[in-house]
Design a protein around this ligand. Structure first.
Ligand code: GLC
Ligand code: CA
Length: 549
């Protein structure tokens, strides 16, 4: 029996607050900017917003480095602004989930400052400190953003551990006092009336306690930390406690961000006893790069292979739980650029085909800001144009591995996290209607042709296609609760069914610029990006959704 939890019906929209809408002319998006755009979001039809971190932060990793979990970063506004946003959104039937970053804090968090000041302070044990080994770092693990995971503490023979940047020291989950502090904070936010959390990098909270060297896998003499600091056995004990002490007490929705999870481990995340309502599955998302997520290790792929990854994900998740389906987020490039390499083929059709493909899968769909108008990657020429800390690390790694500057730049343009962090393009003015001041990050440059204002009144726009998909989903329970079943098709067509209470909805997506044969399917056309579907064939990049009779 399919359980009908409320979060299965939601249509989620991810906001990157820094780049959504600037309300006070400083070139930085803010909470009042989101409030200004609530009518837009309501009109689009989304029912839930995920806000990337807006907590107090020195912004080394754009808010994923929190210095006070109970306060708002002044550049985004105040707690009063947030309360107003929650209330006004609620009045429109829109819920809000916040980003929960509990694998690490900022090095400017009061706890960490105390830990640095005094190694006898109880806060010292809130973080992971180790003495040097032979006068050097305790081991050879490489952090996610490049360089050692260890940072020397000045004036003491010890290092602290950071999976991400050195301004993001990892919290010591082995310490029960630290865990209790985090639970208190989580419950404080849930009491406030938010609908739940997107839970950041949660599969990093358990480390291999032996802290042994790994095999060197790069010219920097280091070893990727993933094998020892991510998805470690025993993490389920932390998950169980986290759930029991917080989420289980509320009717909330939680989405785990967890890269590199094996399907055999899904249960601890989203199984019946699992910790979270749903998770993002990156196994079908990082197909264009190597498993260790080094952007210069590009990977060839085919539609057929992608299809197999996507279908495996749907099948495995269906066995035990629920998923959040998505193509884009603030860490990924724009989907159109990832999937369709030939720019000549970027069009209303290819954009809406991709949209139809992911949005109607089994799971709660997440739209990333700008995806609904078909925003694309940028093309940058110099490393100085990048803000993303990850891009700088990847650039250095590519150079160290012998790539030229041009090659390294090419990898960044394909993969940089800045690609989706550019300001939202509301209109065709100089700063895209995002702000009247120079934005904190350079625009894509395509606001002339790709913007909300030009699409909102055009029934043949990507925006309207999204709007239509959203409204269809709200009417068709099969698209929400229905089982997933793959459909046998040509290699370059993705086809699947959703099945519920004797009803069938079929989605077919042509991933090529050629006509493709498809099975003979009779029924009522719910959606067709060409509006002239003819039996047994798909036109280039056609998407059709058919309710069978
Ligand atoms: C997650 C976030 C990413 C951030 C990292 C460290 O992967 O999505 O933006 O850099 O965690 O918090
Ligand atoms: Ca602002």
């Amino acid at each position: 029996m399919m359980e009908k939890q409320w979060w299965k019906r939601e249509i989620a929209y991810q906001i990157y607050p820094k780049s959504f809408k600037d309300s006070n002319h400083d070139g930085i998006g803010d909470i009042r900017g989101i409030i200004e755009k609530l009518d837009y979001l309501e009109d689009l039809g989304v029912t839930l917003l995920w806000l990337c971190p807006i907590y107090k932060s020195p912004m080394d990793d754009n808010g994923y480095d929190i210095s006070d979990y109970y306060d708002i970063n002044p550049e985004f506004g105040t707690m009063k602004d947030l309360d107003e946003l929650i209330e006004k959104a609620k009045a429109k039937g829109i819920k809000i989930i916040m980003d929960l970053v509990i694998n690490h804090s900022s090095d400017e968090h009061a706890w960490f400052k105390e830990a640095l000041k005094d190694s006898n302070s109880p806060y010292h044990n809130y973080y992971i400190f180790k003495p040097s080994v032979n006068g050097k770092e305790p081991n050879n693990w490489r952090s996610v953003f490049g360089g050692s995971v260890w940072q020397k503490v000045e004036g003491r023979d010890e290092y602290y551990f950071h999976s991400f940047s050195k301004k993001q020291p990892d919290l010591n989950w082995e310490n029960p006092k630290l865990r209790q502090e985090l639970y208190k904070m989580i419950n404080w936010w849930l009491e406030k009336g938010i609908a739940g959390f997107r839970v950041d990098a949660i599969n990093f909270i358990k480390k291999d306690q032996r802290y042994l060297d790994g095999p060197v896998d790069g010219q920097d003499g280091l070893s990727a930390c993933f094998a020892y600091a991510r998805n470690q056995p025993g993490i389920e004990v932390f998950f169980d406690e986290l759930k029991r002490e917080t989420f289980a007490e509320y009717d909330c929705m939680t989405v785990a961000e967890a890269v590199g999870v094996k399907y055999s481990d899904l249960g601890i995340f989203i199984g019946k006893q699992g910790c979270f309502s749903m998770m993002f599955d990156f196994n079908y998302c990082n197909f264009d790069i190597s498993e260790d997520e080094e952007w210069f290790r590009r990977q060839n792929w085919t539609i057929k292979q992608f299809k197999e990854l996507l279908f495996t994900s749907q099948r495995e998740v269906q066995k035990l739980g629920w998923i959040a389906s998505f193509l884009e987020n603030h860490d990924q490039p724009r989907a159109i650029n990832k999937f369709i390499l030939d720019k000549k083929d970027h069009s209303y059709y290819s954009q809406t085909m991709l949209a139809g493909m992911f949005f109607n899968l089994r799971g709660t769909p997440f739209i990333y800001q700008g995806e609904e108008i078909g925003m694309e990657n940028f093309e940058r020429t110099s490393i100085d144009e990048f803000d993303d800390i990850g891009s700088h690390g990847q650039y250095q790694r590519a150079l160290a591995e012998g790539f030229s500057k041009d090659e390294a730049m090419h990898f960044l343009n394909l993969r940089s996290r800045d690609n989706t962090r550019t300001p939202m393009q509301w209109d065709n003015s100089e700063y895209g209607g995002f702000s009247d001041q120079q934005p904190w990050i350079k625009m894509t440059g395509s606001q002339d042709t790709i913007n909300v204002a030009s699409q909102i009144h055009d029934p043949h726009s990507i925006y309207h296609f999204y709007k239509q998909m959203i409204s269809i989903r709200k009417q068709e329970d099969t698209l929400i609760y229905g089982d997933f079943k793959e459909l046998e098709t040509n290699d370059e067509v993705i086809g699947y069914k959703r099945l519920y209470q004797g009803e069938e909805i079929i989605c077919l997506c042509n991933f090529t610029n050629k006509i493709q044969d498809i099975p003979d399917i009779k029924g009522h056309i719910l959606l067709d990006n060409y509006n002239n579907y003819q039996d047994k064939t798909l036109k280039p990049y056609q998407f059709v959704m058919i309710k069978s009779l």
